[in-house]
Ligand binder design. Sequence first.
Ligand code: UDP
Length: 233
Amino acid sequence: MKEKRILLKLSGEALAGDKKTGFDESTVLEIAAQVKKIHDLGAQVGVVIGGGNFWRGRSSENMDRTKADQIGMLATVMNCIYVSEMFRSTGMKTAILTPFMCGSVTELFSKDLANRYFEDGTVVFFAGGTGHPYFSTDTGIVLRAIEMDADAIYLAKAIDGVYDSDPKTNPAAKKYDEISIDEVINKKLAVIDMTASVMCMEHKMPLVVFGLNEKESIVNTYNGNFNGTRVTV
Ligand code: UDP
């Protein structure tokens, strides 16, 4: 079955390509082209982007965590503005919603507004995470996916699925084709953070995990030519 409403998670680092920081235009345009294809096939697409190409709250040891996390949330807003503009340059309609006021830069999130945008064929960026410190954009995307009744969360990662151990350090690491969210939680597998995993379990939100670097992986996943890991609920 093709999912109708999808929330796509991109890490901040994914936007930076090989540069590791800031933006890599060709990488983002490649993502835009894929999102346009699935949108044209009938998907309603929401996008959540991390902030790691600019800032991570928990890495800023000499600073009040709440303030550090506020910088992180604003980094996710900057990322969404950039990616939204790249998406527009390929002909897509976009909107950026945040859980806090950003003046005329974004619009304040509400479920009704997001639904109106989805129904009108607009790609909706959920920027600013949950709006609260001590959370992550992993939790942000799960929260929005549940609220917006998404069919699935697409986790486009640097790694091509969920492994039983880290393939960078263990050459014998085994990739799962499918795994339950209970097992992800019990084995503490690093798919999404624990708060987000527990929310997926409680609210039965499935995840599909695949490698962003694999050619056409977003389109292939949407069309069922799936090479990653399905996390079942
Ligand atoms: N952040 C936050 N609340 C949220 C989402 C994000 O405080 O709901 C902040 C936090 O500082 C985080 C940064 O924004 O480090 C970037 O978000 P991301 O999810 O990429 O963080 P990561 O898990 O990579 O630290």
